[in-house]
Design a protein around this ligand. Structure first.
Ligand code: 3PY
Ligand code: MG
Length: 267
């Protein structure tokens, strides 16, 4: 497999209907990333929107995850093409971009991830880990084709513009953010509200029918399964932060309650 091949993009295009399961990483720590890289998830997302990640912490986690079992996605903080360029240059190939509300925004994001003439990505391969510092033959010609651009639809406006967003060439997938969508629908803090669930299910079906890949975040397994049945091709089942906090709190509580063992904490 070439150094440039993006297996996550290939999997989304492939015929396997089973959803690829993932986890968000918000602890910004390469040791945590390395540990979770072998935990059985198909993909891990380094979160630079809400997690305290910067270019260097993302780079350290990319290195920790290199050669592991999970594909790596990175969520950028905003739509800034300069920040996206830096992420691409350190070797991120699968990008999740939050808060994409229109086809115009989606088209600008495609341009940010492509070299001219298709886009506006600046050329600096001598400095770029992505190109193995000019060590990848023909990087400039081949890089665009291995980028997986995933835009987040997480507002009423985004759902209204979904067909136009889906028609943008270069958008590989649309990922629904139920928490922000809930906020936009007047249900702040209730991503599992029936109205939000119905909107998420409808959007997943719409994305799947377009031929593009649908992704979604769901910390409840019943929701995750329903989203998978509606056609989601990749589903985040939680975050490193939630897992650690819940398991630590469960252990303390189990001891105080006189239980022999908290769930999932045995050696
Ligand atoms: C959201 O739910 O708003 C997200 O961005 C993803 O979990
Ligand atoms: Mg969100």
């Amino acid at each position: 497999m070439s150094a440039l091949h993006n297996p996550f993009k290939a999997a989304l295009r492939g015929g396997d209907p089973a959803p690829r399961i993932g986890l968000f990483l918000g602890l910004a720590d390469p040791g945590v990333a390395e540990l979770l890289g072998g935990a059985g998830f198909d993909w891990l997302l380094i979160d630079g929107e809400h997690g305290p990640n910067d270019l260097r912490t993302v780079l350290a986690q990319l290195r920790a995850l290199q050669g592991g079992g999970a594909s790596v996605l990175v969520r950028v903080v905003d739509h800034d093409p300069a920040r996206i360029k830096q992420m691409l240059d350190i070797g991120v190939q699968s990008l999740l971009v939050p808060m994409v509300d229109s086809a115009e925004q989606a088209r600008a994001l495609v341009r940010a991830t492509r070299y001219p003439p298709a886009g506006i990505r600046g050329v600096g391969t001598a400095m770029a880990r992505a190109a193995r510092w000019n060590g990848v033959p023909d990087y400039l010609r081949r890089a665009d084709g291995e980028i997986c651009l995933i835009v987040q639809a997480e507002s009423r406006a985004a759902l209204e513009a979904l067909d136009e967003i889906l028609a943008v060439d270069g958008v590989d997938a649309v990922f629904i953010g139920p928490s922000d969508l809930a906020a936009s629908m007047g249900h702040l803090g209730s991503p599992d509200h029936p109205e939000v669930r119905a909107a998420v299910l409808g959007a997943i079906g719409q994305i799947a029918r377009s031929g593009k890949a649908a992704g979604v975040f769901a910390t409840r397994l019943d929701a995750a399964r329903a989203y998978g049945q509606a056609g989601a091709r990749f589903i985040a089942l939680g975050t490193d932060t939630l897992l650690l906090r819940q398991s630590a709190a469960g252990l303390a509580q189990a001891f105080r309650a006189g239980a022999d063992q908290a769930a999932g904490t045995g050696y």
